[in-house]
Design a protein. Sequence first.
Length: 255
Amino acid sequence: MQYITSIVRAFRDRGVDRTFSLMGDGDMYFQVAFKAAGGRIYNARHEAAALNMADGYARASGQVAVCTVTRGPGLAQLATPLMVAGRYGAPVVVFCGTSPPKDGMQYLDQAMFLKGCETPYVEADGSRPAHEVVDEVFEMALTLRKPVVLAMSDPVQLRPDPFPPREVGPAAREIAPPAPIDAGELAAAVQAIQASRTPTIGIGRGVVSPEAVASVEAVAERLGAPGSTTLLAKGAPLSPRVPHRGIAGGFTLPA
């Protein structure tokens, strides 16, 4: 069995059933093995689009999302979406190849590039069992709440795997739920709302699910309060029953 096949099996053990990808020579062996293992591949026409899709999937699902791109210039296309996903706190694992030699036109110091993107970089050399490598990058993505890049050269991907397979894979771990609401803070909030003459519901980009929208609408209707969104939450699908005062903050519209 090739090492890349074991890597893919470790991804599947983590509950990964889809990737968001743009195929190149650096990730083509991963994609072939992933499809053979029953995974689904959503192809993009630009590397940034692939990572943007993975970012959105991580935010909406609460699970680690996976993106694959090629090495060097392909990885360099991820600069902006890596920063965006990292600032939001989206756990994403990006798989790519290692950079070509320095004398090649496509050479890129990937570790230095990713340091500038505030993104951890793990380059696997095949010296550890595949599941240890994959577990490491997944736990980093979940703990740090940001993208992590896993790179591997073609020779490492294609070499026979010398390690025995893991008999039982780890359970997929979702992003930790928010901390419980403090009773004292809740009571203080209720008191402040009761004392307010014109309360307004602040709506941020956390409103990404129907359940969240329903909760916001229920509170707004209970208080008889209008809603005001941040710029990133503009266009949130709120009910017409909730009066909307537009965007709050520096982009507030004139009254």
